[in-house]
Structure formats: structure tokens, C-alpha cells
Design a protein around this ligand. Sequence first.
Ligand code: C5P
Length: 264
Amino acid sequence: MVARRQGRHRGLRLLLHVYMHKGIFMTRDEARAKVIFALDVESFADAKHLVTLLSGNVGMFKVGKQLFTAVGPEIVRTVRDAGGEVFLDLKYHDIPNTVAMASLEAARLGAKLINLHALGGYEMMARTVATLDREFSGQERARVLAVTILTSSTEATLREVGIEYPVAEMVVRLALLARKAGIDGVVASPLEVPLIRAACGPDFLVVTPGVRPVFAATDDQKRVMTPGEAVRAGADYLVIGRPISGAPDPVGAAEAIIQEIMAC
Ligand code: C5P
């Protein structure tokens, strides 16, 4: 009797998990939390304007190498002061100690997501995670993502640097290495999400750029998915820039993306 009830509960939990994973039951806030807006601008004023405009319509702001190099860490504090979260996309790749210490500073700034190149190797990734865990023991710390193979790289790019394996094989191999080192997830093309999910399980974060809502142009992105498709494929976060910043009404565009995610 008890066993049957437990079995039924397990079944219901599984169904709930499947529904939530598919986006059914997703609230507006849950859908909004999945949208990371890429702050790909060159000035502090432009960045601040977009942060103020979009704070209620996206879950996070991505600060990349261009903006960070131009205006410095103050932009991270500015986003945080406006109530926003930050993905500090600086893709560290260096000797283990240097990456661990740079990551520590990024985490101290209050970034929620930071990243490094998995090609830097196991020790570089494991040392970074251990350093953050030591500093933030018991408190919430920045989640660390690994970049596997850049989506701009092809088989030919890999061969140039002496890697003879297919891209998809390298992506999975590096994602597994990152997970073994304690890394929290990966940045990946939407098309790679199912492969990574199958290899690394449901708790490994997957963040995908290359997302284009049905209303937007594809720009220079070659292999795209819509927000709904990417979430259905298992993406936890979507990085979206120009479909929002280049829209006549950026707030309306962000809102349409949220609706697309909720309906998926
Ligand atoms: O404007 P768009 O939506 O294409 O912006 C996507 C963001 O994600 C940009 O900041 C871009 O640099 C980044 N990105 C990407 N493809 C990758 C990795 C990062 O488009 N493979």
C-alpha cells in the first residue's frame, strides 16, 4: 500500500519535472530569468541606458570583453545597483593560478555567471572552482561556465591547431572534463544542447547564444533556434543581444521573447 503510494508520488514528481522542463507551468518571472541580454555596446552611457530600460524585462545582463575593456568593473556594480544580475563573459584561459585569481575577483564583483575556456585544462578549471568554494564557503557564489569549442570554430580550425577530432566530439569531451572539474555548466550553440544534456545530465547549466525569436532577423548568426526551441531542447539561459537592442521597441521585443518562452 505504502509502496504503491510512494510509486504514485514518484510518478507525479516525474510528470511535474517533465512539464516544468518543457516550460508548461512556467511563470513570467521564470521565463524572464532565462533571458540574458548581451550588453554589446562601447560606452558606459549606452550600457547604463539599456540597463535602466530593460531591468524589468530580462533576467541578466552579459558584460563581454568589449564593454569591460572600455569601461571597467564599474559597469558590473552599476547593473547590480539597478537590481540586475551579471554574466561576466571574459572567457579566461591562462595558467591555473591566474585564472583562479581572476575568477575570484569576478566573483567578488558580484557576477552571477563567469566563464573560462575548457581547453585550459582540468587543473585550471578545478583550481578555479576550489578557490571560489574556499572564499564563498556556505554562501552563494558565482556559477562558473566553460566554453567548449567556440561556435566560430570548424573542423578546419581545429586541425590548424592540431586537434583531429570532430567538433561535436570535442564539445562533449570538454563538457565532461569541465563537469569532472566541478564546473557548473557550459556555453554552447543551441544545436549542441541535446548532446550536452545527454552526456552531462539535467543539473549541468547550459547557456546558449545564437537564439533568434520568430520576429527577428538572424544577423550574422548561422545556426539559430528560437527561444522556445532552445528552452525545449534543454537550455537554462539564452543570451540574446541584437533582436532586443536593434528592435524599434526593445522592451516590447524582450517581452515578446518572454511570451515565446512561456508558450513553449
Ligand atoms: O546579438 P546577438 O544575439 O547575436 O548576441 C549574442 C551574444 O552572444 C554576443 O555577445 C556574442 O558575442 C555572444 N556569443 C555568440 N556565439 C557564441 C558565443 C558568444 O553569439 N558562440
